[in-house]
Design a protein around this ligand. Structure first.
Ligand code: NAD
Ligand code: MG
Length: 389
């Protein structure tokens, strides 16, 4: 970036996670372009403290109030403001003093602070796909009203976003989301019934937080991404295709009305879409490893196994039905994945919980924000009761 540009002041919500820590690596590599204004974490006070000491933000938030004293006293010698609790997330999102929010909290918990930043007209570098899955219509409407650009960080959506640069007059015929297939590609229910947490956490191509890694193994992640894509790119469900591409080199594709297809490619490394979102509209020179096609002589593509990985079908149901369906799907999935990670339920039970919850919760065609919150709470309660949690 040119030196005359003012530094972009970055707020990382979820700075201690996989996306959060990689965002800090990108910022650290570009000290002339970016500076850290806000950092937030849920539980990991030690990491939040060390990040704060290294990047010297204006403010930090530790959501878990039991850890407040620890963070406060560790940062006592600095002028970093220390906040705590869930409500403070929205308070910080309301600050005037940052330019870009990296929405890197996992799950429904990311919705409120992200919405606050949208209402402030901030640039949103969006990793937290659940925000759009839960309340995509409201979030996109508010983004439009407040001129808040939402730039995707999710690699597939970043790929589509990059393919669309320069194409604003050209309608999309369809998009093709690629999926690695996860660690259980080709496996059948008789194998999956015995799968345990540690096995599901071994993703072949990407290193990510636990929740999204399980979602990748069940293919729920791809379902959530279809819904995310609908809102980001204003698409009809039938314009969104999924293809399994085990090499994870083509990050996704756009097909235009003349049949031409554009793809964005690269090695699987989230730092690239993070950096693209932060630098947009400029590309920033870096020294990340380059893709060497000779090391990837074959690209494979196949149809997802919808019969085995039924979560994908459930997400497509939610995509087609609209209303509060995706919100309910997401809530039930968060509870079920949490239970799976605690070894309380089996891998295939995740789908059963999501399906039963989607059947049980009443359908609302055009929910208000309040109704989305209520549907989320209702679905969580139902799923938890089902699991005797
Ligand atoms: P992670 O679990 O590694 O990190 C989550 C972050 O959110 C942590 O900083 C944690 O402190 C914070 N957090 C968790 N629960 C919270 C709560 N209740 N309130 C406030 N903060 C909370 O997750 P991740 O893998 O970095 O994923 C973050 C988001 O990015 C997810 O929505 C995920 O789907 C999306 N995403 C991640 C990747 C990836 O490579 N990790 C890729 C694409 C999209
Ligand atoms: Mg993705």
């Amino acid at each position: 970036m040119s030196i005359e540009m003012p530094k972009k002041r970055i707020a990382i919500f979820g700075s201690t996670g996989s996306i959060g820590t990689q965002s800090l690596e990108v910022i650290k590599a570009n000290p002339d372009a970016f500076e850290v204004e806000i950092l937030t974490a849920h539980n990991n006070a030690e990491l939040l403290i060390s990040q704060a000491l290294e990047f010297n933000p204006n403010a930090v938030n530790i959501v878990n109030e039991d850890k407040y004293e620890m963070v406060k006293s560790a940062l006592a010698g600095t002028d970093i403001k220390v906040f705590s609790g869930e409500l403070a997330l929205e308070e910080l999102a309301d600050f005037d003093s940052y330019d870009v929010m990296i929405a890197a909290i996992v799950g429904f918990a990311g919705l409120k602070p992200t919405l606050k930043a949208v209402e402030k007209g901030k640039v949103i570098a969006l990793a937290n796909k659940e925000t759009l899955v839960v309340a995509g219509d409201i979030v996109m409407q508010k983004a439009l009203e407040n001129k808040a650009p939402i730039i995707p960080v999710d690699s597939e959506h970043s790929a589509i976003f990059q393919c669309l640069v320069g194409e604003s007059r050209n309608p999309i015929e369809k998009i093709i989301l690629t999926a690695s297939g996860g660690p259980f590609l080709g496996k059948k229910p008789n194998f999956l019934v015995n799968v345990k947490r540690d096995h599901a956490l071994q993703h072949p191509n990407w290193s990510m937080g636990a929740k999204i890694t399980v979602d990748s193994a069940t293919l729920m992640n791809k379902g959530l991404e279809m819904i995310e894509a609908k809102w980001l790119f204003n698409l009809k469900p039938e314009q969104i295709d999924v293809v399994i591409h085990p090499q994870s080199i083509i990050h996704s594709m756009v097909q235009f009305e003349d049949g031409s297809i554009k793809a964005q490619m690269g090695l699987p490394d989230m730092k690239l879409p993070i950096q693209y979102a932060l630098g947009f509209p400029q590309r920033i020179k870096n020294d990340f490893p380059r893709l060497n096609f000779k090391k990837y002589p074959t690209f494979n593509f196949e149809e997802p196994d919808y019969k085995t990985f039924r979560n994908l079908g459930l997400a497509i149901d939610a995509l087609q039905n609209g209303g509060n369906k995706a919100c309910v799907l997401n809530a039930a999935n968060e509870i079920a994945v949490w239970a799976f990670l605690k070894n309380r339920i089996g891998f295939l039970d995740i789908t059963a919980v999501v399906e039963k919850t989607m059947d049980a919760i009443s359908f609302i065609k055009n929910p208000t924000l309040q109704e989305y919150f209520e549907s989320d709470a209702e679905a969580r309660n139902f799923a938890a009761t089902l699991l005797k949690l």
